[in-house]
Design a protein around this ligand. Sequence first.
Ligand SMILES: CCCCCCCCCC/C=C\CCCCCC(=O)SCCNC(=O)CCNC(=O)[C@H](O)C(C)(C)COP(=O)(O)OP(=O)(O)OC[C@H]1O[C@@H](n2cnc3c(N)ncnc32)[C@H](O)[C@@H]1OP(=O)(O)O
Ligand SMILES: Cc1cc2nc3c(=O)[nH]c(=O)nc-3n(C[C@H](O)[C@H](O)[C@H](O)COP(=O)(O)OP(=O)(O)OC[C@H]3O[C@@H](n4cnc5c(N)ncnc54)[C@H](O)[C@@H]3O)c2cc1C
Length: 560
Amino acid sequence: MFVPAIKGQGTEEQQKKWLPLAYKFQIIGCYAQTELGHGSNVQGLETTATFDPMTDEFVIHSPTLTSSKWWPGGLGKASTHAVVYARLITEGKDYGIHGFIVQLRSLEDHSPLPGVTLGDIGGKFGSGAYNSMDNGVLRFDHVRIPRDQMLMRLSQVTREGKYVQSDVPKQLLYGTMVYVRQSIVADASKALSRAVCIAVRYSAIRKQFGSQDGGPETQVLNYRTQQSRLFPLLASAYAFRFVGDWLNWLYTDVTQKLEVKDYSTLQEAHACTAGLKAVTTSATADAIEECRKLCGGHGYLNSSGLPELFAVYVPACTYEGDNVVLLLQVARILMKTVSQLTSGKQPVGTMAYMGKVQHLMQSKCAVKTAEDWLNPAFIQEAFEARALRMAVNCAQNIGQASNQEEGFYERSPDLLEAAVAHIQLIIVTKFIEKVHQDIPGHGVKEQLQNLCNVYALYTLHKHLGDFLATGSLTPKQGALANEQLGKLYAQVRPNAVALVDAFNYTDHYLGSVLGRYDGNVYPALYEEAWKDPLNETVVPEGYHEYLRPLLKQQLKLSRL
Ligand SMILES: CCCCCCCCCC/C=C\CCCCCC(=O)SCCNC(=O)CCNC(=O)[C@H](O)C(C)(C)COP(=O)(O)OP(=O)(O)OC[C@H]1O[C@@H](n2cnc3c(N)ncnc32)[C@H](O)[C@@H]1OP(=O)(O)O
Ligand SMILES: Cc1cc2nc3c(=O)[nH]c(=O)nc-3n(C[C@H](O)[C@H](O)[C@H](O)COP(=O)(O)OP(=O)(O)OC[C@H]3O[C@@H](n4cnc5c(N)ncnc54)[C@H](O)[C@@H]3O)c2cc1C
């Protein structure tokens, strides 16, 4: 994040100076924004950067305990530099949060520079690999940096100390976070596909109950409950891959527009990166845990690969923006868009469907049979009507409040659900668009169409209350969707293993005895057990000190 921060907020000159050093690992940088007292609320950060015109320097200082930088990855032990976000103060005025390049450690012996106190913040969730990341704490005691180490692409301070705001939206300060959020959506698909690969392969080899007259027991993958829990996760892995590809396109397109000072899609980029990051990471974190449960007891072994994957993955719901905070950002944009509908301003991009407000507010879903739910037009319209009606309902309720802001906070739980509905519409839309494309490979398109319908109808089934409460569906149509879902699971079943093999993960990368490509699980589980250090001695350490005396004492007592 150190590099994209300099690319996005540094001048050409600053990029020329700092990026080659970072690329060649002549310096190691981190992104020091979050503090002990503030993470979500960036504008509440307390670290100060006060301009001293006498020396043409900024004085970086941590005025309070809560202003200590806290969490930045790489900060505790590895980084020599940081992009530090601090309150810029010049001529006695506070101009809010800006980025500054600050050297933290000597390039000679890695010792902290004068005025810099830093270290690691300690162990994190479980024994997961995230403990290999030195998330750190950092405090400044009046550390001086040259004025040219303020990142000056978006705003400047002159030699005399005058603050100059460039003619660019101040939100570009948040550009690094937008960049990482879009990459996190692709990461969600990777993490989810790993978990699903393990669970599907294991479910295919695991047999339990159901044997007739001594025949083989039933593969658990054949149980409808296993399929109804597992196949929506398989479909989600593909859904998040395709929407992540599209989001990367959107981000690239916005970045190119920014180069020519076209800021027209900045809001769309913010809403989509924030919302998709929130929805895909929440779903993926829950799904990895569900995959553990789908593997029964063996899923709880570290050798299954699932506990580690879960421990490493779950902070994604928090870092790069707490998911609730990000969804409320989406909600704000939805409310703004609804308020503009009466002005005749046509919504664009992923909000364009809201322009069909007259139709969508009164449309009746035309589904009459279970098969009708295989028609993408019916799915698309049902999701559009649900999302729009939830947004309009929120706007109407907020409108009844005496104060807009008060109304927004009062209705924030409903706004959260409306934001999720909007983001799920985007995911469904991009999956439908994907399967409409030419897709190479015999039968591949049909399989992806099945998964697209599984993702859409499962999501509809899980959120049926929204569809019924907004009148977007009737209970009968909801029941038909569920009926069709069961038929789709039967179609996915024969290809389930092939659909996870398609992720093309090596056994090494998967790191799971349950997810082995050859399915040879039991010998592998048994072999793995003996690698446990506890088994280095047949008689356990502590026997003579603790167990033997206890056993002997009990034996004596029993003879009395
Ligand atoms: C396979 C195994 C699994 C492996 C998984 C792991 C993969 C590893 C890769 C993952 C990557 C990295 C590892 C982790 C890194 C984590 C790093 C961090 O966490 S960095 C810190 C992140 N912090 C945040 O995200 C803070 C969140 N808070 C904010 O962004 C802001 O405070 C806020 C947006 C919530 C509020 O900002 P504020 O300035 O108060 O603005 P307003 O809400 O008043 O909005 C004003 C206006 O601005 C618009 N806006 C806001 N943000 C943006 C934006 N980013 N872009 C464009 N526009 C923005 C907003 O819509 C408003 O617009 P109006 O038109 O005025 O309404
Ligand atoms: C593994 C990890 C790595 C990280 N790496 C970095 C890094 O490299 N650099 C960096 O700068 N930071 C980093 N962070 C910090 C991270 O970005 C913040 O923790 C994150 O942005 C959440 O902010 P917070 O901790 O202040 O949460 P808080 O906002 O304090 O969240 C606490 C609760 O308050 C709720 N809440 C907060 N505001 C509102 C609101 N307005 N309305 C409703 N509910 C609200 C939240 O939903 C949540 O339930 C990292 C964090 C983790 C866990």
